[in-house]
Ligand binder design. Structure first.
Ligand code: ADP
Length: 303
């Protein structure tokens, strides 16, 4: 029995923010796909038109570094989104102690992340939920951004506590201070957190509440001064934090090259308007971007 006369259901891959994800075979192409079943919940009339328009936009976002939305259809009161199947994700790679990540691997993963983001930002689409488990990796090592725009289409459901906790570590300070208007710079902050996490092999800023998240940020990067971030005090949830000074980047990311640290510091600029853009990050100087010495020592221990 095929779903939508086309997909042969296989096992469940997991439960996501919006519903169950299962593996299936697309009989039209013979390819393996991942189908995301989105509960439409209370909206009895079905998906609203705005959501449909946005989904159409996602279908048109075709890029090697963005997961392809192959098909979207309603079925038994759920919206089904069909994506290309991906082997693993960046979170699993970062956590796996058996996987060695060379500076070249890190640079390549991060570059693919930025490339995917740049395409979306060019079309004025924000991701809003950048985190390592939304960066899927195919069998050929290609990294692709997933869940693009879903946060905007379906809202950020607060019901799953774990998801909220997880996303918090990548949240930009303007969001934590309650900014209602924000831009592509929120994705840049999150990308910076992912870069640091790739380098350190552990989450960079692990707060256990929104307040604590800001505390963790300031502990490492210093409390922003009015000079650094003039608009800060006008944000809805602004509260004053005790002043702390920034720690040396060299200490925060001991294995990174000087160029990598320079890029990190630009992605972690407090004032969202002064923060580097994804395009600028891609063009950031970097012929010798990563610490080659370390690479050589690790790769050739016998020498
Ligand atoms: P979350 O909302 O937590 O980001 P998702 O809804 O994206 O989770 O995914 C739930 C599960 O389905 C995860 O275990 C994820 O690895 C898997 N998954 C999601 N998309 C794909 C895909 N395109 N290919 C393979 N597995 C996927």
């Amino acid at each position: 029995k095929k779903v939508a006369d086309r997909y042969l259901k296989r096992e469940i891959l997991g439960e996501g923010t919006y519903g169950v994800v299962y593996k299936a075979i697309d009989t039209k192409t013979g390819k393996t796909v991942a189908i995301k079943k989105i509960r439409l919940g209370r909206q009895k009339e079905g998906v609203n038109f705005t959501a449909l328009r946005e989904i159409k936009l996602l279908k048109e976002l075709k890029d090697p570094n963005i997961i392809e939305l192959i098909h979207a259809f309603p079925h038994k009161g759920n919206l089904h989104l069909v994506f290309e199947f991906m082997e693993t994700d960046l979170e699993a790679v970062i956590r796996d102690p058996n996987i060695f990540l060379s500076p070249g691997d890190i640079k390549s993963y991060f570059q693919m992340t930025l490339k995917g983001l740049a395409v979306c930002h060019k079309k004025w689409v924000l991701h809003r939920d950048m985190k390592p488990n939304n960066l899927l990796i195919g069998s050929n090592g290609q990294l692709k951004l997933a869940d693009f725009g879903l946060a905007r289409i379906f809202g950020s459901p607060g019901r799953k506590f774990t998801h909220q906790v997880f996303a918090r570590w990548y949240r930009a300070p303007e969001l934590l201070f309650g900014a209602k208007q924000y831009g592509a710079s929120v994705d840049v902050w999150a990308a910076g957190c992912i870069f640091a996490e790739l380098l350190n092999r552990r989450p960079f800023l692990q707060g256990d509440s929104d307040i604590d998240q800001l505390g963790k940020i300031f502990q490492k990067l210093g409390t922003p001064t009015p000079l650094q971030w003039p608009d800060l005090e006008w944000l809805p949830d602004f509260v004053e934090y005790s002043s702390q000074i920034i720690q040396p980047w060299r200490k925060l990311c001991p294995t990174a090259s000087d160029d990598a640290l320079d890029l990190l510091s630009k992605m972690f600029t407090y004032d969202p308007r002064a923060r580097i853009s994804v395009q600028q990050a891609l063009e950031h100087r970097s012929p010798k971007s990563f610490k080659l010495e370390i690479y050589i020592i690790i790769s050739f221990p016998a020498l």
